[in-house]
Structure formats: C-alpha cells, structure tokens
Design a protein around this ligand. Structure first.
Ligand SMILES: Cc1ncc(COP(=O)(O)O)c(C=O)c1O
Length: 569
C-alpha cells in the first residue's frame, strides 16, 4: 500500500498542480470576459467580424425619404425640404464644392471622410446633393470663411487643437517663428526655447522628464513601449470606446486589420475591471483618455453611426473621479503604469490638465494638439524611472524611440509661445469658472430646445459637446446639413462632437444658439422626425433585416452567372 502511494504520489501531486493551473486559467479567462463591456465595441475581435459581414446596400431617391415608413405627406415634406437645402448648398458653396470635387479622387482622406459623414445607406444621395466642400480660405475670431466667402461659426475646435481661438494660434506660430528663425530647420540639436518648454511641462505634468514627438499617436506609442520595457510585461489595458490615436496597439477593433492580442479592452468605471487589474500579472499599463468621462464605454460619437437615437452622453464628475482614484490605488499595488492620455483634454479642462482637474496623478502623461501652439506635436511626460531608455546594468537592452522631426525648432518656438501665453493673467482668467460657464451655456441651449419642441438635447464635458436625440429616428444625422446651411461649421463627425474655443463671447454664443434653433426648427418642419411610430430597437431590427436581405441578394447575384454559364455548356 505504502509502495503504491509512493509510486502514485508524484502523479497525484502533478495532477493536483495541473488541475489547479487549469482552474486558475479558466478563472482568469472568466474574469477577463466579465470585465469586458457588453457592447460590440467591448469585444474587439467580434466587432471586426461583424463589421466584415455587413454588406453594402443603399437607398434610392425614393426610399431615402421613406425608410421609416412615414405618411406620404411627410415623405413629400422631406423631399421638398431636401430639394430646398440642396439648392441652397449648390448656390452658396459653389466654388468650395467644385474644388473639393476636383481633388477628391486624389485625396484618400477626403474620400473617407466624405463617405462616412452619415450612415452608409444614405451616403451617396447626400454626397450627390449636399456637397459643401472641404476647403477654407480664412479664419478670424470664432469664425472661418470658405472659398465662396461664406462665414461660419467654427464649432469644430480643429479636432480639439483650438482651445484659445484661431487668432491665438496665429500669434503663437508667427511669434514662435521669429524666435527660432536664426536657427531655421536644424534638427538633431535643440533651440534654446526648449529649456523653458521642458521646465514648464515638468511643472504642468507634475512629472520629471519630457520627450518630444511629432503627433499624439506617437507620444502614446512611446508611453506604452516604455511601460512594457520597465515592467517587462506585455499587456496594455485600454477602456472600451476610448480613442488613443491610430496606432494598432491602441485600436484593436474595427479600423485595424490586425488582431492585437496584447491589448485588453475592458469596461470603464467597472469593479470587474479593477478585479482583473488586481489579479493578472501580465499588465504593463492602463491607458486613460479622460474624454471618456463624457460617454464611458462608448466610442467617439459620429453621425456616421447615428442610425437611431440611442446616442447618450452624460458627465458624472464624481463617479469618474472616484474610479480614477481606485485605478490609481490598484496600479500602485500591482506596479502597473498608469498613463493619462491628455492629447485631447490637456489644457482644455484645466490649465494643468486632467490630472489636476480630477486630482489624480498618473505615472506618464501624453499631450499634443493645442500644446504645439498650432503646429503638430506629441509630448510624453513621466517619472524618471519610467522614461529611461536604457538599463545601467544591461547596456544592449535599450528602449528605442526616434523621430526625424522631434523637437523641430519651429514647433518648439510655437510651443514656447503657447506656454508663455498660458501663464498670462488674461489666459489664466479664462479657466476661472470654466465649467460653470459651459454648463450654463449648455443648460440654456437645452431649455431653448425643449421650449422649441424639438427632440434634441446637448450633453457636455466643459467646452466639448455632443448632440443627443430624444425621439427614435433614422434621420438625426440630417441636422448637421441644416446647421451648415445656418452658417455653423461642424467637423466630419457632425453633431457627434462640437468643440468650442474659449474666445466665444456671450454675444457669439447667443448667435450660435439662435442658429442651432433655426436649424432644428427647419428640420422639424421638413418632417425628418415625423416617421412612423417606432422604437430604437425596431429601427435596429429593420436595419438588420435590410442587411440580411442585401446579403441574400448579393449571394443570388453571385450564383446567377455560375448557373447560367453551366446551362450553356
Ligand atoms: C486622446 C487622444 N490620444 C491620441 C490622439 C492622437 O493624436 P494625433 O492625431 O496627433 O496623432 C488623439 C487624437 O485625436 C486623441 O484624442
């Protein structure tokens, strides 16, 4: 008996260890699955598969007005409203649209942004009849002017770059160029303006060291690479929906043809996510884009995906702050590098960025956009121990980072002007009561929208706004075209994101509100929100049905030539 036990002993122990290991593996996997947000965006691999299955189909010029089964009278109102709008676009944006049409074939980006302004079923009809154009001739104050001489209130915020107004950046670029012109475009060394830039960035970030890059995307790449190098772990955690630039590692879902097995997309503001961070040993860093506070777990809102009225946004400062605090604690406990990606919100929420706005100190921070004073830039700030690119005891084990144009004198000059102006009392005063100002303005607009009886409301994170729609509809994306006709410039994501610069006066803002109201009123009168009674669920079901029919039709089309050719032989 003893002999048998002695023989079986090692096997029993081996089996127990194997059992424990598989239990541990399964538990880790289950915990990971539970920490994913329950939407498609929360599941990168599945979302790519689903996107790959979606067939193209589109509405002809009859169905375009009728896809939600409106009455004939409503469909006719829509058609005549659309014709009126189209005439307005043709007459007012002639030169701008013509130049855009001339170059579109040669500019891939323009083809993409042109096609993805609205849900794809409507895209070609819209492009044919509401082509506004992508060229501008001038900017001044809070306005921009196109090639036809039309002036628009600029609500694009230049992708977030424009915090202080167009004239501010013109000033930074011009004065910065004067500062560095003696040196010119000499690369690989520094202009002396860099010394001040570094000192200020250390103060602003509360961190020890700085590295300069050419874009926000590259700053994020470097942050993640350093985190992996120093922790010797490979996984990066990003939150569902968060944008961190277009580098593959931070964009594991739709839009990136590669699978990114080292990237874990977890739910934002989630206890389950914290549990995963507490347990796993392979996580190098957690990336936070504080802009997600406006719409946790959702992607950047764009009118291309505005297929119904389920877009929601709501900023809960307390909840988000509390999550960041917990995240900080877990990262400390597990030696995970906490990275704030402030490329978008840095200098917009507070002059010392999201870290001071939320009162949580990250280990690494990325900045970009506005910090370049109007020129392209990415910046990484971090603790010395994390920024070091070599090991004292392993000289060949380095963490490489270069970039021909990093620290370009003209960019450093414009950044220098930006940082100097940031310190002035006039600019600092803009941050006083900033949230109160923009929250008040949003509330004022919401009151007017409600009083006007239009199914539209806005949600905001300070000066960053999103339009939401309160009645299920397939046509909310039309609003961007009515707004443009009223002289309001939106970026290609339409009403998904409006970004105000701080130089908007109350008088400017009052005009914008009147124009938004006028746009909503016209759209309302033209019947776009008067479809047959429906729900968001029913809208989604209809679209799925249409997609299934399109797939079947496509398969049939494919099989016809094959069978007919078979018949001829
Ligand atoms: C949070 C965030 N990170 C990174 C990036 C990428 O910056 P860039 O476009 O300069 O590469 C962006 C750009 O929008 C961003 O919003």
């Amino acid at each position: 008996m003893l002999a048998t036990l002695t023989t079986l002993g090692p096997y029993a122990v081996g089996s127990a260890v194997a059992l424990w290991a598989s239990y541990h593996k399964v538990r880790t996997r289950v915990e990971l699955s539970r920490a994913k947000y329950r939407s498609l965006a929360g599941h990168a691999r599945i979302s790519r598969i689903v996107a790959g299955l979606m067939p193209f189909y589109e509405y002809d010029e009859t169905r375009f007005f009728r896809c939600d089964s409106p009455t004939n009278a409503v469909a006719e109102r829509r058609r005549s409203g659309f014709t009126r709008l189209s005439t307005h676009y043709r007459e007012h944006f002639r030169k701008t649209a013509a130049m855009t049409a001339d170059v579109t074939n040669g500019i891939s980006d323009l083809q993409f942004t042109g096609a993805y302004r609205v849900p794809f079923q409507f895209s070609r009809v819209v492009q044919r009849h509401l082509s506004d154009g992508s060229f501008l001739a001038a900017s001044s104050g809070v306005t921009v002017t196109d090639l036809d001489g039309n002036t628009f209130y600029d609500l694009t915020g230049c992708y977030g770059v424009n915090v202080f107004g167009h004239d501010f950046y013109k000033g930074c670029i011009a004065a910065g160029a004067v500062r560095v012109q003696e040196l010119g475009a000499v690369l690989g060394t520094y202009h002396s303006v860099v010394a001040y830039n570094v000192a200020r960035l250390r103060d602003i970030s509360g961190l020890d060291e700085v590295s300069f890059h050419m874009s926000g995307t590259e700053a994020v790449m470097q942050a993640v690479r350093l985190a992996r190098y120093h922790t010797r772990r490979r996984r990066l955690v990003r939150f569902c929906g968060a944008y961190h630039g277009w580098w593959g590692g931070v964009q594991p879902g739709v839009g990136n043809p590669s699978a990114e097995p080292d990237t874990l997309t977890l739910a934002d503001i989630s206890e389950r996510t914290l549990r995963v961070l507490r347990r796993r040993r392979d996580i190098a860093c957690v990336l936070v884009n504080p802009l997600q506070a406006l719409h946790p777990n959702r992607g950047a809102p764009s009118d291309a995906s505005l297929i119904d009225s389920t877009r929601t946004a709501h900023f809960d400062r307390e909840a988000y702050t509390s999550f960041l605090q917990q995240l900080r604690t877990v990262c400390d406990e597990r030696n995970i590098v906490l990275i704030f990606d402030e490329v978008f919100v840095g200098f917009r929420l507070a002059s010392e960025g999201a870290r001071s706005y939320f009162g949580v100190q990250p280990d690494l921070v990325t900045y970009g956009k506005t910090l370049g004073g109007g020129l392209p830039v990415g910046v990484l700030c971090g603790r010395s121990r994390l920024m070091k690119r070599y090991r004292d005891d392993r000289p060949a084990d380095i963490c490489f980072a270069r970039g021909t144009f990093n620290s370009h004198p003209y960019v450093m000059g414009a950044m220098h002007e930006f940082l100097r102006r940031l310190e002035t009392p006039a600019i600092q005063a803009l941050y006083t009561n900033l949230d109160a100002l923009w929250n008040g303005r949003a509330e004022q607009l919401n009151r007017r929208l409600a009083a006007g009886g239009v199914p539209v409301s806005v949600a905001n994170l300070s000066s960053i706004w999103t339009f939401c729609y309160t009645r299920p509809s397939r046509y909310n994306w039309m609003l961007q075209y009515y707004m443009r006709a009223e002289g309001l410039a939106l970026s290609w994501v339409g009403t998904g994101r409006l970004i105000f610069s701080f130089d908007y006066t109350d008088a400017d803002y009052a005009v914008v509100v009147d124009r938004i109201l006028a746009a909503c009123g016209a759209m309302h009168r033209d019947g776009w929100w008067d479809g047959g009674a429906t729900t968001n669920k029913a809208i989604k079901r209809n679209i799925l049905r249409e997609a299934a029919n399109a797939t079947v039709a496509r398969l049939r089309r494919r099989s016809i030539p094959a069978s007919s050719s078979a018949g001829t032989h």
